[in-house]
Design a protein around this ligand. Structure first.
Ligand code: NAP
Length: 561
């Protein structure tokens, strides 16, 4: 029932990244009293932080921009097909300034704790600047990869040179000329970084534990003329993204892998390897994701590509993954990564053969001996998906901590709501469609759904919404089921919750972090749920009866009817 207590804000959004920016825009347009709290000194989220050389989109730039505003689309000129971090941050600032959103954002304030006040149906937040703030709705737009993790190697504090995670790459210019640099890790970040450091540093040593598959990004500039053409095709481009499983312009080749000859398969791969972006991954045969044999044939093809590009045959073999097939982990896109190893100033240390014993005052000591460095860069990944949630002490209806509820992996209702945590919304939460798609394409869908729920509650005079336990369990089961079909369930990657640097996240138990059913199916399911008055969600007062839940498949059917 309605209570008299008025919170400080109707809605507080945590995070001023890509999701938070669009979310505040939607709320402001509805006249909702809302604010964004951001821990960093400025907006931009991932593009504010990741300033390492080589950081750029792996999504076509013009598919990464927001689609909701014709004016923004008309005004912005992407300069490269895969735009780099400085330009991406400029773009987000352009959006915020053009839409006058900064006045709804507060920077340098980290939300430390959030507790649901059941008596008054609102959230009470503790902020790092000492304030206590309350809100009816709490929207977590905290990012999927926003908590960096450092390796658990002894001696890290002993090093006398400079050392930092790629996420914390210095904001002031860092001169690499004449420097001896170590990079730990060979994930998507390192694969962007390594060719850039190789060009500038005196020596670069890459410490590789497991090699990663990678394919050429094939980036190039966008001329004024070409941009005019892109602007004219925006509707078509976004329609293609909406159709494709993961929100990209690349649509799978729907011919059966075995319906075509081996020669035709090779011809397709030869073409896709030279195409921009994720084409080789996402415009491929669908079987590569689920069929061991199909995946092995493609992996063998890509192994040969590595052999062709790396001059030293022994080194080439070290760079070929053996423990997982192509595309079962997130595929890093590269610009001269393999050629970097042909340079005299670049050395690979295979730490699966010669493990790191410790970091020393002067460098890194492996079982083979000590190497001295001026700079150590940790490209060692993130406490993915749930990390940013775990870092806030979030307490639900009976004081339960979210980090305890999610100890063995997240459990959500359509990735956007949580049983026991009313009025908490996550436009890009764990197990949501946007967790596994071209990020802004998924975010717009998630933000629109959360906004529509708030509008619905306002229209019906509800002050509280919470998914039922049954609805959440159904979603968790559906998410888990989607993993069973894919080879990626066996991979050691953040898709499955693996991170050797976090206790409990070492390989072993799989965490169902992302929704793998594809964006079209996800959109249908969540729109179906909204269409049906949010079955599976219990509202205060005149809300629908508790426990009446619709299965994801039923919801999808309803939406299409
Ligand atoms: P990552 O994929 O998790 O890679 C981390 C790397 O560090 C791996 O090679 C890992 O080796 C290594 N590593 C971690 N801990 C280690 C330790 N203790 N000792 C030795 N090696 C260690 O992280 P990431 O490269 O930062 O990428 C994360 C995600 O960010 C990507 O998958 C992607 O989704 C996103 N990203 C996107 C873009 C873009 O869109 N342009 C660019 C960069 C990143 P093991 O494999 O052996 O664990």
């Amino acid at each position: 029932m309605a209570t008299a207590v008025q919170p400080d804000y109707e809605t507080i959004i945590i995070g001023a990244g890509v999701a938070g920016i669009y979310q505040i825009k939607r709320l402001v347009d509805l006249g909702i009293h809302a604010t964004v709290l951001e821990a960093a000194p400025d907006l931009g989220g991932t593009w504010y932080n990741n300033r390492y050389p080589g950081a750029r989109f792996d999504s076509e730039s013009y598919t990464y921009g927001y689609s909701f505003s014709k004016e923004l689309l008309a005004e912005w000129h992407w300069k490269e097909h895969f735009s780099a971090q400085p330009e991406n941050l400029r773009y987000l600032n352009f959006v915020a300034d053009r839409l006058d959103l900064r006045r709804h954002m507060q920077f340098g304030c980290r939300v430390e704790a959030a507790r649901f006040d059941s008596d008054n149906d609102l959230w009470r937040l503790r902020v790092s600047d000492g304030r206590e703030l309350s809100c009816r709705f709490l929207i977590l737009a905290v990012g999927l990869l926003s908590v960096p993790t450092l390796p658990r190697i002894p001696g890290r504090e002993d090093f006398r040179g400079r050392a930092f995670h790629t996420f914390d790459w210095p904001h002031e210019p860092l001169d690499l000329a004449g420097k001896r640099v170590a990079v730990l890790g060979t994930g998507a970040t390192a694969i962007q970084l390594i060719p850039e450091v190789a060009k500038k540093a005196a020596q670069l040593t890459v410490f590789q534990r497991r090699p990663n598959w990678a394919a050429p990004l094939n980036n190039r500039p966008i001329s004024e003329e070409e941009m005019d053409g892109i602007r004219a095709r925006y509707d078509e481009i976004f329609a293609t993204c909406d159709r494709s499983p993961y929100g990209f312009v690349h649509e799978p080749d729907r011919r059966g892998f075995r319906e075509v000859s081996r020669e035709e398969r090779i011809a397709l791969w030869d073409r896709l390897y030279d195409e921009p972006g994720f084409a080789i991954w996402l415009a491929n045969f669908l079987e590569i994701f689920s069929d061991e044999e199909a995946n092995a044939e493609l992996s063998a093809y890509l192994a040969n590509r590595i052999r062709q590009r790396v001059k030293d045959p022994v080194l080439a073999e070290k760079l070929i993954p053996r423990d997982h097939g192509f595309g079962v982990q997130r595929v890093p896109m590269e610009s001269g990564y393999f050629e970097a190893y042909n340079r005299d100033n670049v050395r690979l240390v295979d730490i699966s053969e010669t493990p790191i014993e410790r970091i020393t005052e002067r460098g890194i000591r492996t079982t083979e001996g000590e190497s001295e460095f001026d700079i150590i860069v940790y490209a060692t990944g993130f406490d993915a998906i749930t990390g940013a949630y775990d870092h806030i002490d979030i307490r639900g209806t009976d004081g339960e901590a979210l980090r305890d509820k999610w100890r063995d992996g997240p459990s959500t209702f359509v990735g956007m709501m949580i049983h026991g945590f009313p009025n908490l919304l996550m436009p890009n939460g764990p197990q949501s469609g946007s967790a596994s798609t071209n990020y802004p394409r998924g975010i717009e869908v998630g933000v629109d759904w959360c906004t529509r729920l708030i509008e619905y509650m306002r229209a019906h005079g509800h002050l509280r919404a919470e998914p039922t336990r049954e609805a959440e369990e159904r979603w968790a089961a559906h998410v888990a089921e989607m993993y069973q079909k894919l080879l990626m369930r066996k991979a050691k990657s953040w898709f499955t919750g693996y991170n050797s640097n976090i206790e409990g996240h070492e390989a072993g138990r799989i965490r169902y972090f992302i929704y793998n059913g594809g964006m079209p199916k996800y959109r249908k399911i969540i729109q179906g749920i909204a269409h049906m008055g949010y079955e599976g969600v219990v509202f205060d007062g005149a809300g629908n009866p508790a426990g009446t839940t619709t299965s994801p498949a039923q919801a999808a059917g309803m939406a299409s009817s």
